[in-house]
Write a protein of this length. Structure first.
Length: 262
């Protein structure tokens, strides 16, 4: 059953929503095969796969390339493309054109944009033009130079502002919203106040769903991860062991053996 943004929205209150990032057809098919309903082609691509320090250098061409690959690997999950830094900030027209490219050229089902009330006009315009939108507030990595990688919404004034932002994103027509790095009480308050699902990442168990980065949850990278990451596996050790065994056998002349030779 192919997931749509409308189905995901209607899932609120039925069952918690799982979302995972993926960046290519292989990893997307692994996520899709276990029945995860939503895959985010996050601009975290920049750090996880492309070797950048932040998400800021990620380009439209890179996102289109990886989103197309994810779409090819998926049968059922909703594919959400993250709009990269400066692909929507300069103007509504640019945001609309670039969001449209994700659906037309990369076969995404929806796009994600960072920002609250300030993005309401853009979200409204995308939705009215047939492009489902996932919002994203709290810690928004494209604003790292301005806000750093810090928990957001710790003071009552900041919490009120995030609640207003969440309401504005919902009213503008987003089908769901990512809440990143906010105190769990605020995550729960926003989740109860909204009629669209909240997808938490470092926002506590009170959210309607959770998202994690593929390479983080599988422990593929050996770089430090934020506190909110739970590693469900430690694949880096397994990969290093296999690669070392292969290298040793090649160097020792024991691979290929008879079993692996025609
Ligand atoms: O880019 C990304 O992967 C994200 C999620 C972590 C929410 O924005």
């Amino acid at each position: 059953m192919k997931w749509t943004a409308a189905k995901l929205k209607a899932f609120k209150g039925e069952k918690k929503i799982t979302m995972v990032t993926a960046y290519d057809a292989l990893t997307a098919s692994l996520v899709d095969d276990v029945g995860v309903p939503a895959i985010l082609v996050g601009d975290s691509l920049g750090m996880t796969v492309l070797g950048y320090e932040t998400t800021l250098p990620v380009s439209m061409d890179e996102m289109l390339h990886h989103t197309s690959a994810v779409s090819r690997g998926v049968q059922n999950a909703l594919v959400i493309a993250d709009m990269p830094f400066m692909s929507y900030q300069p103007s509504l027209a640019m945001g609309l054109e670039n969001a449209g490219r994700f659906l037309k050229e990369a076969h995404a089902d929806a796009v994600k944009v960072e920002g609250g009330a300030m993005r309401a006009e853009l979200i409204d315009s995308l939705v009215k033009n047939g492009i489902p939108v996932l919002g994203h507030i709290g810690l928004t990595p494209q604003s790292v130079k301005e806000m750093g990688y810090k928990v957001q919404g710790k003071t009552s004034e900041q919490a009120r502002k995030l609640m207003d932002d969440a309401m504005a994103v919902e009213q503008a027509g987003a089908f769901a919203i990512v809440l990143e790095c906010v105190p769990p009480e605020l995550g729960e308050m926003i989740s109860s106040a909204l009629s669209i699902p909240t997808i938490g990442i470092g926002a506590g168990v009170g959210c309607d769903g959770q998202v994690l980065v593929f390479t983080d949850l599988l422990g593929i990278s050996n770089k430090p991860v934020p506190k909110f990451v739970k590693k469900y596996a430690h694949l880096n050790g397994i990969i290093a062991e296999a690669l070392t065994a292969y290298k040793n056998e090649v160097e020792g002349g024991t691979f290929p053996d008879d079993e692996h030779t025609y």
